[in-house]
Design a protein around this ligand. Structure first.
Ligand code: SAM
Length: 327
């Protein structure tokens, strides 16, 4: 009897949500019905490494398609960037894509990669400095959904934004508009934004991209539980959860979930959470847009579409936006 009480005590402790944004969001999301987590929390150093592995999977067409466009159109894109500008990349990750643009745009004065995954960001910035010794590489570890400061060195420069990887698709459409407004404020008058947006397509291609045969996307999804175990004293048994991803045609989005394989109780940051068998944590949405659908969303945030390029298969779009004059 005594032993059972001692075992339960940590589970009954009050949640300590104020400790960190990750802890606060974990407690909030796991207490909700249905349970959810924000996709930004996938990205600790291990999450960034796993995402990088996803981009090399045969089923994961978005990276290949976007790189095809960036490679073919690099000259055209570079011509539309302001002379001597600082290029701010939102969610820079592995910096694989920016290399194509940087090589075509020697007129850029500085590159500011912004990412929430601080350790990975610093390592990638160091690699980039070695490969582009004349470029000022000024990383900012920040959550781009919140206000953040650009480095003092670039405040007087004209600015361009780069937001590849269809990371915009991880936002609900209203939050995507809010992000684009915030990007407009950060980049300022006269700015351009080059943005990668995944397109609506057949469900088979979409479902395959998020359910790869090697199980890397499953490992990426499950790393969220491993991260809660590492950083928040979580007690998740990873083998008791399954990766589920599917295309929700009505809402034009891929949904990712982690599904409990059995009835179980888990503790995170001192708080207890119960799972029914089959109950899921909704971990990510990845919205897909039509060519017109995204242009109209961007307009709501004050951006006009000046150019739209797609890969040969028509899977993925890269757009160049400029701010409305009265913004
Ligand atoms: C889908 S990946 C794309 C990575 C890379 N830009 C690409 O195109 O392959 C999303 C990237 O954005 C970063 N990220 C996600 N949410 C973020 C947030 N709220 N603030 C800052 N970075 C974020 C992640 O760490 C990750 O590097």
């Amino acid at each position: 009897m005594k032993r059972a009480a001692a075992k339960l005590r940590p589970l009954l402790k009050k949640p300590q949500a104020e400790e960190s944004p990750f802890a606060a969001d974990a407690i909030k999301g796991l207490s909700a019905k249905p349970k959810y987590m924000s996709a930004k929390h996938f990205y600790d150093a291990e999450g960034s490494r796993l995402f990088d592995a996803i981009t090399r999977l045969p089923e994961y067409y978005p990276t290949r398609s976007e790189i095809e466009v960036l490679r073919d159109k690099a000259g055209e894109i570079a011509d539309l960037l302001p002379e001597g500008a600082a290029l701010v990349e939102f969610g820079s990750g592995s910096t694989a894509k920016i290399r194509t643009l940087l090589a075509a745009a020697p007129k850029l004065a500085a590159y500011v990669p912004v990412d929430i995954s601080a350790q990975y960001l610093e390592a990638e910035a160091a690699r980039l400095r070695r490969d582009f010794p004349k470029l000022a590489v000024l990383p900012v570890a920040a959550d781009f959904t919140k206000p953040f400061e650009l480095p003092a060195k670039v405040r007087a420069l004209p600015r361009a934004g780069f937001f590849p990887g269809s990371t915009i698709g991880n936002f609900e459409p209203l939050a995507a508009v809010a992000f684009l407004r915030n990007a407009a404020r950060i980049l300022g008058r006269g700015a351009v934004l080059v943005i990668g947006v995944d397109l609506v397509k057949d469900a088979r291609t979409l479902n395959a991209a998020y359910n790869d045969a090697a199980g890397v996307t499953a490992a990426f999804n499950l790393n969220l539980l491993a991260r809660m175990n590492r950083e928040l004293g979580g007690t998740f048994d990873l083998s008791a959860f399954a990766h589920r991803a599917f295309y929700n045609r009505e809402r034009q989005r891929i949904e990712m979930h982690l599904v409990s394989r059995k009835r179980q109780k888990v503790s995170v940051n001192g708080a207890a959470f119960e799972f029914e068998r089959g109950e899921a944590i909704h971990t990510e949405n990845s919205y897909k847009y039509t060519p017109e659908g995204f242009a109209s969303l961007a307009r709501q945030a004050g951006w006009l579409e000046r150019a739209l390029w797609t890969d040969a298969a028509g899977y993925f779009s890269v757009r160049l936006l400029t701010l409305k004059r009265d913004f």
